[in-house]
Design a protein around this ligand. Structure first.
Ligand code: SF4
Ligand code: SF4
Length: 289
């Protein structure tokens, strides 16, 4: 093998490595969190938990890079079912927003408070609303409904998210003030009832508005945390203007109505992006990064 062949081999290995850089980086970020929390809290659970989530996300990105169909759905099921069935139902950790308020008022930095800090409050500065695209167990089900691309324009109902957000806070404050015993048990029941309600309302809204993600757009209380933080997100969809031919295909397939062609952070519905990459798949010029 001559020097030029060796140089070419080296270049293609380098390109191959770069292709999977996102996948490696996301695993390393979660593994760092796993090790830090394991050592800080002296609890092996954190090592297992965040390694599992990081490995699932890295696998999804790896599959996506290799253009494997349904890569995102695979991650949604791996992470969503783990959180709903294992953490929520088997381990009885209330990971819903009521669980977050509950642990916050108890002053405990465990389970739901750690989960919110990583996935929904500080994490979005790095990976935006990746939670909504790859891990949320409510959206995991909604994404199987028939209106992946919304069939009707967005409604002006976003204010409702502040009503559900305040309602969840008021509910937990009320419980703290009135219930003396058995609050843990009530929180578990709330988790079950809350999830059944979310699924029922989410499915109803999807059919009513012909839009799978209507629940995410109008009602989900978590977006009150997610939207402002993801405004500053490091990971964001950008368009290479040299390649773009302004066909607007990306905007037509976006489930969250993001005005992708506007490069600014203030673009319409910019903080709604769930990094699902439907726009990237639809672009005929590979202009989306
Ligand atoms: S907006 Fe709410 S329900 Fe929708 S994916 Fe995000 S966290 Fe889940
Ligand atoms: S289609 Fe593109 S802009 Fe729209 S939510 Fe998905 S990744 Fe974000």
């Amino acid at each position: 093998m001559n020097a030029s062949d060796r140089h070419e081999n080296h270049n293609s290995a380098d390109k191959g490595f770069r292709k999977y850089l996102h996948s490696i980086l996301i695993f390393l970020v979660f593994e760092t969190i796993a090790v830090v929390l394991w050592l800080a809290k002296g609890n092996l659970f954190y090592l297992f938990n965040f390694t599992y989530i990081g490995a699932s996300l890295a696998l999804g990105l790896f599959l996506f890079t290799r253009k494997v169909p349904h890569a995102r759905r695979i991650v949604q099921l791996l992470v969503g079912l783990y959180m709903l069935v294992y953490l929520g139902i088997i381990c009885r950790e209330n990971m819903q927003i009521e669980g977050f308020w509950y642990y916050l008022f108890l002053g405990t930095f465990e389970a739901a408070t750690i989960h919110y800090a990583v996935a929904k409050i500080f994490g979005p500065l790095l990976f935006g609303r990746g939670w909504c695209g790859y891990a949320c167990w409510t959206a995991m089900v909604l994404d199987f409904l028939p209106y992946r691309i919304p069939k009707a324009p967005r409604k002006k109902l976003g204010f409702l998210r502040y009503v559900t957000f305040s309602g969840s806070l008021a509910l937990v404050i009320g419980l703290f003030l009135t219930v003396r015993n058995g609050l843990e048990k009530i929180m578990f029941l709330l988790f079950l009832i809350g999830n059944i309600l979310y699924y029922a309302i989410g499915i109803l809204l999807a059919f009513l508005f012909k839009d799978n993600r209507a629940f995410c757009k109008y009602l989900c209380p978590i977006t009150v945390f997610l939207k402002p933080m993801s405004y500053f997100s490091l990971a964001r969809i950008q368009v290479d203007t040299d390649r773009c031919i302004n066909c607007h295909r990306c905007e037509r397939v976006c489930p969250m109505d993001v005005k992708i062609l506007d490069p600014s952070r203030k673009r319409e519905n910019g903080t709604e992006c769930i990094l699902c990459m439907e726009c990237k798949n639809a672009c005929p010029k590979q202009a989306i990064r």
